[in-house]
Design a protein around this ligand. Structure first.
Ligand SMILES: [Zn+2]
Length: 290
């Protein structure tokens, strides 16, 4: 009897929970990741049209984009597991359904952008589309020894239903063409996505840009000769980002793109890398002797 009562109370709590957090307790794909730290990213935001067929269904600190096509929806990024029910509610608020999502594009396999992918793929039945490198990492629950943040690795629900995208090779759905643009460096599998959105004859080049930030776990040095390819990848990604046709920029973390275009976004990422390399150089003990 007492057991039945507990069950009915927790069931009621689950049904009442606006964010679905209570559901997550029993659903391994919705189990919250770093809930206290991650809260800073999940400020609720009203889902809205960005331009033409492109919508925002994300949060104050994490972008999740939705693109409407004649053959269903394309979602970009999955935020965190504990954000999935809110993303799905945002999609509903725009008059669509998670079941209409046919493709889920991924910018990087870190937990803040990829933690919700497995649940979103399950709930929609759509595959997750990622670079070959990122797909391997998503399959291994986010684990990547080459990641500058490997020492502070946070496991995500492994993604199993994957489709590989190659940079420059168009992904098509229902009359919409999305072009993957490899922008590695923050993670070696990072991918940005570009497409065109129109309102009547007014068409804009849209870019959903992956993070380009040179950040790492403790002990990792970008100036270590062993990490030369990581730095080279970042510099190449800055150049690629700068050159993109880019009327409207959506950045994986919205605060990094406020008032920015692709060029200034790349410029600030480059300034950050250069500052980081200078800091590493001045921290060398033998530097003081010169
Ligand atoms: Zn990241």
């Amino acid at each position: 009897m007492r057991r039945a009562l507990c069950l009915s109370i927790s069931l009621a709590a689950a049904l009442l929970s606006p964010s679905g957090a209570a559901h997550g307790a029993n659903d391994p794909l919705l189990r919250p990741i770093e809930p206290d730290y991650a809260r800073q990213w999940l400020d609720p935001e009203r889902p809205h049209r960005i331009f033409g067929n492109s919508y925002s269904v994300g949060f104050g600190g994490l972008s999740v984009a939705l693109i409407r096509t004649d053959a269903g929806l394309i979602l970009i990024d999955g935020a965190l597991p504990q954000a999935v029910r809110d993303i799905e509610a945002n999609i509903r608020a725009l008059g669509f359904s998670i079941r209409d999502v046919k493709l889920i594009l991924s910018t990087e396999p870190h937990y803040d952008h990829a933690g919700g992918l497995a649940a979103l793929a399950r709930d929609s039945g759509a595959p997750v589309v990622a670079s070959a490198y990122a797909a391997q990492v998503l399959r291994k629950a986010g684990k990547d020894a080459n990641d500058p943040q490997a020492s502070i690795f946070v496991r995500i629900p492994a993604v199993t239903k994957l489709r590989i995208a190659r940079s420059g090779e168009a992904v098509r759905l229902g009359g919409v063409t999305i072009t993957p643009v490899a922008t590695p460096g923050h993670t070696m599998g990072s991918m940005s996505w570009r497409w065109r959105s129109c309102e009547g004859r007014d068409c804009r080049d849209m870019v959903f840009a992956s993070s380009l930030n040179a950040v790492s776990g403790d002990g990792y040095r970008f100036s270590d000769p062993a990490h030369r390819s990581q730095v080279a990848a970042l510099r190449k990604s800055f150049a690629i980002m700068r050159a993109l046709p880019c009327d409207m920029l959506i950045t994986a973390h919205p605060d990094q793109g406020k008032g920015a275009n692709c060029r200034s976004y790349a410029d600030s990422a480059q300034a950050r890398l250069d500052a980081r390399l200078r800091k590493e150089a001045s921290a060398r003990p033998w530097n003081a002797l010169r």
